[in-house]
Design a protein around this ligand. Structure first.
Ligand code: HEC
Ligand code: HEC
Length: 212
């Protein structure tokens, strides 16, 4: 009787300890599955090209301007590219603090305000105070190679890893505006998700840059 209980207990113990062993085998089996091969340099360059089409589009580039601190008005709804009307200059502050601060006209949206202003020629509004991007992120009129080198350079991209650049494109209020600008403006090309996927492919391929 005692002996048969012992056997039963040993049997049960065996079942219990077998659990983790099986789980471990499964885990090891998964780890041994061959990883997906990284994208090729060509695939990485194609990913970059898609993002370049976004970055160089007026909905993004009009704010990513250089050391003269001029915001730009360009794209189909503006005719030929020109400096922001009303002699608006962002100054070294990039937010217009030296003269007229951008948010005087470009309202900062709260959740209750809903989306972008639907009226043509109204000052675009976003969920963060309107301002130019930092001088070192100049994209307006720059080549694909130049923008590519800047985006992956921590000294010029706000000390971001590529993953953090991708997260910024995903979460930034200005990006959300650029793909849904309102007022009849042409949105940035592709979609935010396509831009994120393209940047991820570019990153996984080792961030290759085109020659020009
Ligand atoms: C006096 C009001 C006013 C101020 C101040 C102002 N803006 Fe504007 N801004 C406008 C208006 C109005 C438009 C839209 C014009 C149109 O669509 O015809 C505009 C459009 C823009 C655009 C074009 C967006 C696009 O469609 O691509 C940019 C970029 C911009 N402003 C940047 C700035 C920056 C940066 C500042 C601060 C340095 C600033 N603005 C200050 C009124 C203003
Ligand atoms: C209203 C002006 C404005 C518009 C429009 C805008 N940006 Fe920016 N952008 C900024 C500012 C300001 C920063 C700096 C924010 C920071 O570093 O936190 C920035 C920083 C960035 C950065 C990180 C720095 C870098 O160059 O790697 C990326 C990436 C970026 N923007 C992408 C975009 C893309 C893509 C679009 C269009 C879909 C866009 N931005 C449209 C103002 C703008």
């Amino acid at each position: 009787m005692i002996r048969s209980r012992l056997i039963a207990a040993a049997f049960l113990l065996g079942v219990v300890t077998a659990g983790p062993v099986v789980a471990q085998d499964v885990a090891t089996g998964e780890a041994e599955a061959p990883p997906a091969p990284p994208p090729s340099v060509e695939e990485g360059l194609a990913g970059w090209q898609l993002f370049y089409e976004v970055a160089s589009h007026p909905r993004c580039a009009n704010c990513h301007t250089g050391a003269d601190n001029w915001p730009m008005w360009s794209g189909p709804s503006y005719g030929k590219p020109q400096r922001h009307g009303m002699n608006i200059n962002a100054g070294d502050s990039r937010v217009g603090a030296e003269a007229l601060v951008c948010s005087t006209c470009h309202v900062t949206l709260s959740a209750a305000d809903g989306g972008p202003d639907p009226l043509p020629h109204a000052a675009p509004r976003a969920a963060t105070p309107w301002m130019l991007a930092p001088v070192e992120t100049e994209w307006f009129g720059k080549s694909s190679a130049e923008i590519c080198a800047q985006v992956k350079d921590p000294a010029r991209n706000g000390e971001r890893t590529i993953e953090e650049v991708i997260a910024h494109v995903e979460e930034g209020a200005f990006q959300t505006w650029a793909w849904n600008p309102g007022g009849g403006r042409e949105p940035a090309p592709h979609s935010k998700q396509e831009a994120i996927d393209a940047l991820s492919t570019w990153a996984a391929a080792g961030t290759p840059c085109p020659e020009e």
